[in-house]
Design a protein around this ligand. Structure first.
Ligand code: PXP
Length: 239
């Protein structure tokens, strides 16, 4: 069996950069470190409000990363940009300005035609499309009618489960959604809220080919990187 691929989301490196209006930390630089360490690809979300990733980041990543997934909502300017930049995968998500992160899957069922239009616009230009959906049969069946070939199952309800019994139930939901998605002919990805302590069970779902992980990795990088950063600063002070 092929090992599950890991796509690293570097959005929150850009969040830290933007909050101070500096040019660092650079999400492109951190993406290269992630790739050097064994990540299979990079994911970035170009939000309508550009709160973290910006066009410049995507353009440089396009030229740097062996596999780039561009996460986007259906904002016309972002779609236009995606068509120009030609990512290896376009990941369609819903977007609300007030949300802290992508909060739910796309309601494909509520707008099959609208989603199908965007899918065909991207696929006609040779950009494969992945739909981010909640692990529900009705959403998957609607997704199958849009022409998309890939789905990313939202793992948030599993990751945020308040106790083990709840997590076990949500894992079962993910398992059966993954099997259903594969029966419908989808390649299956999964992501949201995955951490070192909960990732293994999702990685073991046989149909899951790729995981998208961001927040836990960026947070962990701070923990494992701070000692070295302080040592370097001490050295710089000493001269
Ligand atoms: N997949 C999608 C569609 C997302 O929006 C996000 C968050 O940016 C992720 C995966 C990664 O989630 P997390 O940052 O919790 O690892």
């Amino acid at each position: 069996m092929e090992p599950v691929r890991l796509s690293v989301n570097v959005d929150h490196v850009a969040t830290v950069r933007n909050v101070r209006g500096t040019s660092y930390p650079d999400p492109v630089h951190v993406a290269v470190l992630a790739l050097n360490a064994g990540a299979d690809g990079i994911v970035v979300h170009l939000r309508e409000d550009r709160r973290h990733i910006r066009e410049r980041d995507v353009e440089i990543l396009r030229a740097t990363a062996p596999r780039l997934c561009l996460e986007l909502a259906r904002a016309p300017d972002v779609l236009e940009f995606a068509l120009q930049v030609q990512p290896d995968l376009a990941l369609l998500v819903p977007e609300r300005r007030e949300e802290l992160t992508t909060e739910g899957g796309l309601d494909v069922r509520g707008d099959v035609k609208g989603v199908a239009n965007v899918v065909s616009m991207l696929q006609e230009k040779g950009i494969p499309v992945c739909l981010f959906v909640d692990p529900e049969e009705a959403q998957l069946e609607a997704a199958a009618r849009t022409g998309a070939r890939v789905v990313e199952l939202h793992t948030g309800r599993y990751a945020d489960a308040p106790n083990d019994a709840h997590a076990a139930r949500e894992l079962e939901v993910l398992r059966s959604a993954a099997a259903h998605a594969a029966r419908l002919g989808f390649q299956v990805h999964a992501g949201h809220g995955l951490r070192r302590d909960n990732v293994r069970a999702v990685a073991r779902i046989p149909e899951v080919e790729e995981l998208a992980i961001g927040h836990a990795l960026v947070a962990r990088a701070l923990h494992v990187g701070m000692e070295a950063a302080v040592r370097e600063m001490r050295k710089a002070i000493r001269g």
